[in-house]
Structures are given as structure tokens and as C-alpha cells.
Design a protein around this ligand. Structure first.
Ligand code: DGJ
Length: 325
């Protein structure tokens, strides 16, 4: 093959790799060959790199006694961070938020629950802000915690946790809009209704501006994203660690009102979200309309062995579709 042909082949290969969204089905390894430990994860794109944050799950899984549901737990392991330029090669950045040991009054104690961490950058304060679900092992605490860092990968300094406007907050996500306003979205009111709360300009506290959405619909695992001028919210039903059918809703503003649609998943396994549960929808940088649906395949009897499912997601008007497993 002459040099020109070789160049053309390499170029074509490069383009093909560049346009294919990252698909993950199972475990994911970092550059060191270690399994990525980042559950209930979210991704922040900053300065040309993707930063993945998630729950560290290690140790034995046990069932919390006296609960009406399958409350399987591992010690709260804090939050991990990995970074990547291409969503394919992940560098382990370390523990972004450490748990504390032996102080049950601390939100970050290993006896507690630290779930679904999400991070956004505040371009005014130049700080990276992490929000997460903080709870007690029986999920009665129902608060959102916030931590801050000067650097994308951390370490993050934990500030406090709060019930936004006095309301319960469990499964959550964070969404930063193009106008730099940021919102906390969380399962509230005993998981019956979701709420969306506008954060303060520094992203460190809830404001009094909030709305009740998906009222009485019993949804959790929110993943909010924007395509064009519309906002799309994927959620799951509330069945503990067991999979169920995802649904989505569409709005003209992050605060709603949201119009509910059906299941975005297509094909075999769609009625159980291909055995997974939503955690985040990532816009692919520089590729408008292209997204990755990120979900967790929980292994409730051995939570550290939980896997990941990342699939391409497409939007066409009010229709969101996730390709089959
Ligand atoms: C479902 C939630 O989506 C998870 O984040 C976790 O809180 C489990 N429930 C606990 O059973």
C-alpha cells in the first residue's frame, strides 16, 4: 500500500473511532488494568477531559435487618474519580471524596450511605462542586450533601448536607444549564414525587425556587439532559436494587412542567432497562444530538460486583430512544 492509501485508511479509522459512542456492557477497566469502581456515576466534561465520579463499593454486602424491602448494603466507600480524553481510556485519579471511619455522627462515615455523586464546574467561583445523596443505612435521613474542590479530580472538601426547602431528597442528579444555572433533581416526599431545585449562584445551597414534578409517580434514578431547547428526564421506578422499566419526560425548562412519555428503551430487555438502572446521560462533546445513556447493573447480593451499561441514546423531537442491549 502506498503512503497516500495508508494515510486515507488511517484517517477513515480515526473518524470511525471518533464518531462511535462509547459502549460498555459489563465491567470497565482503567489504564492500569484495574476494574473501574464508580457506581451511580456521573461525568463532567472540563478542559477537554471527561471526569467520571462514582460510588466506591468494596467489602461484604449485607442485608440491613428490620426493613420492609431488600436493603442490601456495603460500607460507604466515598467517591472515586477517573479521567479520559476519549471515553475509552480511563486514568484512575484516586479517591475524590474520602469516607470517615468510626464517627457515626458524620455524614461520610462508612456506616452511612453516599450515593450518586455528580460534579459541575462553577465558572464564576472557579470551583468544582459535588452533590450526592447522603443517608443512614435505613434511608431515613434523606439528605443531599455538597462538597467543593479547586481541582476537577479533587480532593473534595465536604461542606454539609441538607433537605432542600425542608424536603426529603434521596436519588438525585445535578444539571448545569447553558446559562450557568445549576439544578438539583431528587426523589422526594417518600420517593412519591420528584423535585427540581435551582441552586444558588455558587452552587453550594438550594434556593427557594423549586418545583414538584412527576407527582405521585414513584420515580428515582433521575438523569436530566438537554437537547436543542428541550430538557429530557429519564427515571426508573422504585424497586430497590432490582431493575424495572425506565420512562422519560420532556419539558421546556429544567423546572418543568414535564410531559411524561413511555419507555425510551427499545428491543429485547427494554421492559427491565436491559437489567440496569439509569444514572446519567452524557452529551458527547462537539457532537450535538449524540448522547450516552449510563446505567448501573446492580448485583444486590454482591454490590461491588455491580456492572455498568453505557448505550448510545438518540433524540428526535419528543422521542428519546436507547438502542437495544
Ligand atoms: C435504588 C437507588 O436507585 C439506588 O441508588 C440505591 O439507593 C438503591 N435503591 C438502594 O436499594
Amino acid at each position: 500500500m502506498d503512503k497516500l492509501k495508508l494515510l486515507l485508511v488511517l484517517l477513515a479509522l480515526g473518524l470511525a473511532v471518533g464518531t462511535s459512542a462509547q459502549i460498555v456492557k459489563g465491567s470497565l477497566a482503567d489504564e492500569g488494568g484495574n476494574i473501574v469502581n464508580a457506581h451511580g456515576a456521573g461525568i463532567m466534561h472540563y478542559n477537554g477531559r471527561y471526569y467520571l465520579f462514582g460510588e466506591i463499593k468494596t467489602g461484604n454486602t449485607w442485608l440491613v435487618a428490620g426493613q420492609q424491602w431488600e436493603d442490601y448494603r456495603v460500607p460507604a466507600g466515598g467517591v472515586s474519580c477517573y479521567s479520559s480524553k476519549d471515553l475509552q481510556h480511563w486514568k484512575y485519579e484516586g479517591v475524590a471524596l474520602k469516607p470517615t471511619v468510626g464517627d457515626t455522627s458524620s455524614d461520610l462515615d462508612t456506616s452511612r450511605v453516599i450515593e450518586r455523586p455528580k460534579v459541575v464546574f462553577n465558572s464564576s467561583t472557579k470551583k468544582f462542586v459535588m452533590w450526592m445523596h447522603i443517608d443512614k443505612k435505613d434511608y431515613s435521613y434523606s439528605q443531599s450533601g455538597v462538597a467543593i474542590s479547586d481541582k476537577p479530580a479533587g480532593p473534595y472538601h465536604y461542606l454539609y448536607s441538607v433537605k432542600p426547602n425542608g424536603n426529603m431528597s434521596r436519588d438525585m442528579t445535578l444539571f448545569k444549564d447553558d446559562d450557568n444555572k445549576a439544578y438539583l433533581v431528587y426523589s422526594s416526599e417518600q420517593n412519591k414525587t420528584m423535585q427540581v431545585c435551582l441552586l444558588s449562584n455558587n452552587y453550594l445551597s438550594p434556593t427557594k425556587t423549586f418545583s414538584r414534578i412527576l407527582i405521585g409517580r414513584n420515580r428515582e434514578a433521575p438523569a436530566l439532559f438537554k437537547s436543542g431547547h428541550k430538557y429530557y428526564l429519564i427515571t426508573s421506578s422504585c424497586t430497590g436494587w432490582s431493575p424495572n422499566a425506565a420512562t422519560y419526560a420532556v419539558a421546556d425548562s429544567p423546572l418543568g412542567p414535564y410531559r411524561e412519555f413511555g419507555n425510551p428503551c427499545r428491543g429485547k430487555g427494554a421492559e427491565f432497562t436491559y437489567q440496569a438502572q439509569s444514572t446519567f446521560v452524557l452529551p458527547i462533546s462537539g457532537k450535538p444530538g449524540q448522547f450516552i445513556f449510563m446505567a448501573d447493573r446492580w448485583n444486590k447480593l454482591d454490590l461491588p460486583k455491580s456492572d455498568y451499561l453505557w448505550l448510545p441514546l438518540k433524540v428526535n423531537g419528543n422521542t428519546v430512544s436507547i438502542a437495544g442491549d
